[in-house]
Design a protein around this ligand. Structure first.
Ligand code: BTN
Length: 237
């Protein structure tokens, strides 16, 4: 593992997209501040300087490429494991890979890839709210942080080490063909809920059944049961 630390970047994901050729697999890039932090669905990721954990991991080995769906959800599960070690409870994994605590978002993950003729790399970008105390009221989903949940400041450096270690451990287990499904579904936040989803630009009320064991999501929409594979959808409970 190689760690690159910056004070300010446009986005740790963009940095890896631009520099992946010179960097080795399992390079971690972190920054205290992002000027163009990216979220899923073309959204922005906002974070107060120096308060939170903002990083991306570069995966260049083909053993990861065929497992990108697992990489995405196992990354979220790794964050959950560390949050539990820090004493947080009532944690949910909102498909495909958001982490919620007490119904507010504490972590978002943006998975991107670079392909030419073939897949060149996967980039896992992770933002975790750690010591930030207040969040914009305009956010689509309400946000929280470890500080707000535990009412105490977290030592960011140690937290970072714990997160990195958990991710590396779980990625290795994935390569060794360990299955995480049973562990992950215990945190299925959307299971048995009704939520609004934007499908083909149309807002629809859907019933969510569960995360399937291929990590797609089973839903009922217009009385039809179907599985969604793409994460290009957002649910509002
Ligand atoms: C989301 O919930 O929409 C995903 C948010 C991902 C944010 C992280 S912060 C580090 C990395 N760099 C980015 O520009 N985005 C990801």
């Amino acid at each position: 593992m190689k760690l690159l630390c910056f004070d300010c970047l446009d986005s740790t994901n963009s940095y890896l997209k631009q520099n992946y050729q010179e960097l080795e697999s399992l390079t971690f890039v972190e920054t205290k501040e992002q000027t163009l932090g990216k979220g899923r669905l073309e959204r922005k990721w906002q974070s107060e300087k120096g308060k939170n954990l903002l990083f991306s991991i570069l995966l260049k080995d083909s053993c990861y490429f065929e497992k990108y769906k697992e990489i995405s959800i196992v990354s979220a599960y790794s964050v959950i494991q560390v949050l539990e070690q820090y004493g947080l409870t009532n944690i949910g994994l909102k498909w495909p890979n958001d982490v919620y605590v007490n119904d507010s978002k504490i972590c978002g993950i943006l998975l991107e890839s670079v392909s030419t003729n073939q897949m060149e790399c996967l980039i896992v970008g992770i933002g975790i709210n750690v010591n930030q105390k207040s969040f914009s009221k305009d956010l689509i989903h309400p946000a929280t942080s470890l500080f707000n949940e535990l009412n105490k400041e977290i030592e960011l450096n140690q937290f970072k080490k714990d997160i990195y270690q958990q991710l590396i451990t779980n990625y290795q287990k994935l390569v060794d063909k360990e299955t995480f499904y049973e562990k992950i579904v215990r945190y299925d936040y959307l299971k048995d809920t009704e939520a609004y989803a934007l499908i083909n630009d149309e807002k629809k009320l859907v019933k969510i059944i569960k995360i399937n064991n291929d990590y797609s999501l089973r839903i009922i929409v217009d009385n039809n049961e179907c599985d969604i594979h793409s994460g290009e959808i957002s649910f509002h409970i």
